[in-house]
Design a protein around this ligand. Structure first.
Ligand code: DGL
Length: 262
């Protein structure tokens, strides 16, 4: 592993592309390897054992590619597997954490909402995080089954997504939340719809930029930031059907890309 090595980024599907975009913007010289575990999405309802096994599979791939760092661009996989992966693998691993800390610092009503997968919300990691802020603020959590499956479609059904968002956000709005945390990287692709339902007075927060900044400082501290000004590359892999995934990933990435089978 050296400063010219690639950075691995993975998620259960396209959600982590929202993080990949921030990484690419902050660190444009870096070469990136993105893996969407599309054949096994969603992770939300699958349980720790399964997610650990899939995460290990991806880590082995990144190891074979001699990456210099990995970003687990998935809150559910971070909650289930990141601690173990850090024990098992030698490269720096950066994970996600629902943005309770930033939300706690911006709320004025003292009531915040969290949209995330059932796996993330049930995890010890999240329960521990929540307990650190509860008391000072009220935290209303809402699992959102079904949303990820819609986002993973070639052409997402906007009406069905809107219906699900209304259903999941109503209990939060009834409790007068003034801040909503997007605790799943897939939901960043729904920010516009979520803002429309929430209205202009509710802040929507995520940790996408913070993760890219964290990666930057981890690489800087380890003296692993790429120095060369040569061309970078972004390679996309998926465990799903490459033809179908090419369409889904191209839509979310905003330009036509090739997808290799993982
Ligand atoms: N994008 C992921 C997350 O941040 C996983 C969603 C899923 O596969 O259920 O949690």
């Amino acid at each position: 592993m050296s400063s010219s090595s690639k950075i691995g980024v993975f998620d259960s599907g396209v959600g982590g592309l929202s993080i990949l975009e921030k990484i690419h913007r902050l660190l444009p010289r870096e070469s990136l390897l993105y893996v969407a575990d599309s054949a096994f999405a969603p992770y939300g309802p699958k349980g720790d054992e399964f997610i650990i096994q899939r995460s290990r599979h991806m880590m082995e791939f990144f190891l074979s590619q001699q990456v210099k760092a990995v970003v687990v661009a998935c809150n559910t996989a971070t909650a289930a597997a990141v601690a173990l992966m850090r024990e098992e693998y030698g490269f720096p691993i950066i994970g996600m954490e629902p943005a309770l800390k930033p939300a706690a610092s911006v709320t004025t009503t003292g009531v915040i909402g969290v949209l995330a997968t059932e796996g993330t919300l049930a995890s010890d990691k999240f329960v521990d995080l929540k307990s650190r802020f509860e008391g000072d603020i009220e935290i209303i959590t809402m699992p959102c089954p079904g949303l990820v499956e819609h986002i993973e479609q070639i052409v997402p059904d906007a009406a069905a997504i809107n219906q699900l968002l209304q259903k999941y956000m109503s209990p939060l709005l009834e409790k007068n939340v003034d801040t909503i945390v997007l605790g799943c990287t897939h939901y960043s692709f729904l920010t516009k719809q979520i803002k429309e339902i929430a209205g202009k007075d509710i802040a929507i927060v995520d940790t996408d930029d913070a993760v890219a900044r964290r990666l930057h400082s981890v690489l800087e501290e380890a003296d692993l930031l790429k120095q060369e000004n040569d061309s970078n590359e972004i390679a996309f892999y998926s465990s799903g059907d490459p033809g179908e995934q090419k369409k889904v990933i191209s839509r979310c990435w905003g330009k036509q890309i090739e997808v290799l089978f993982f």
